[in-house]
Write a protein that binds this ligand. Sequence first.
Ligand SMILES: Nc1ncnc2c1ncn2[C@@H]1O[C@H](COP(=O)(O)OP(=O)(O)O)[C@@H](O)[C@H]1O
Ligand SMILES: [Mg+2]
Length: 373
Amino acid sequence: MQWDETIFKNEEMFELDYIPEGFIHRESQMQSLKFNIRPAMRGTRPVNTLCIGPPATGKTTAVLKLFEEAEKNTSKVIPVYINCQITSTRHTIFSQIFKKVFGHAPPASGISFKKIFEEIAKRLLDEEIVVVVALDDINYLFYENEVNKVLYSILRAHETYPGVKFGVIGILSDLKVGYSFDPRVDSIFLPDEIYFPLYSREEIYEILKNRVIYGFYPKVVSEEILTDISDRVEKSGDLRVGIDLLRRAGFNAERRGSRKLSLDDVDNAYKKSGLVHLSYTISSLKKEEKALLKMIAGDDRSDKSNIRAGDLYKIFKEETNLSYTTFHEMLNKLDTVRLINMDFTGEGDRGRSRVITLRYDVRDVLSRLPGDK
Ligand SMILES: Nc1ncnc2c1ncn2[C@@H]1O[C@H](COP(=O)(O)OP(=O)(O)O)[C@@H](O)[C@H]1O
Ligand SMILES: [Mg+2]
């Protein structure tokens, strides 16, 4: 292979923020999203929506594709995408909305939230525009406790500015609907919930196959390799791992000067790609879940990644004062997102006691958790 040769037909397709052309197995979710935004296309208020599901199930992609399409079809709907992990206060969120509506940022020098809000509202009324705000990873607003302020401002805008039309699409990385808002917000935010389940083994295979067909030149990735990668993805439960694995294994093959991926290339890439899942999953956990994960990882226990559920609960109770039911739910979540294993030992006072093990190296887990909880 020459230095300027490559096995990638389109390397960009393996970037984690790439928006795929073919978005398969999400037809019903896309349809619900379109249905909910449709009133906005006619100049009325859209249906507020909450997209909910584990990481890497296509939530962000679905909303970005919806927005892309809406923008193509009308200039009367302005979709604003907010990544709450980066933009996490009411002031910065509304500054972003301002920017999208006016095409430039609000004057920086100490402009108040109220003023920004007023300017936006006036513009919407003058131009008969509907703004749809997507709050991606809205769980980050829970930590900052900004979620109630943000939703309250958006959803009650019409009380201060009659005729103003806003819609909200919240995106939440969670397994079930376990969120709660301030009662004041609860009474006005009754979103239509769209669920994004984990992909099946078969679906994973088909999605990755698409990437292979469009991202690599023919015959670079064999059926055997694709099957191997799909199996690994199913185990980690994270499609991102598969996409990253294809990319890194591709680099490994090129480094060897080969035009075909080998099982070794995949194997060598897996160590790093597996950590992609770890990083994303940890970043989508709630604060208390991170704290529990940290207790499981421990820091001074000798047999680090191995603890009985009963012992863990004692530590948990001492540190958080939360109930056993909560503890149990949180453990199940960590299990379902594949951060831990729970095995029954057959011992213990009730005959069956569970032992909890981390699926990852303790150091890899701890380095991704905040220093102090
Ligand atoms: N149905 C799908 N078809 C093709 N690619 C997908 C599909 N679902 C997810 N992906 C890809 O998987 C990765 C994670 O998807 P993303 O929408 O960011 O998930 P989430 O927001 O639920 O965490 C992205 O790289 C995305 O392109
Ligand atoms: Mg996302």
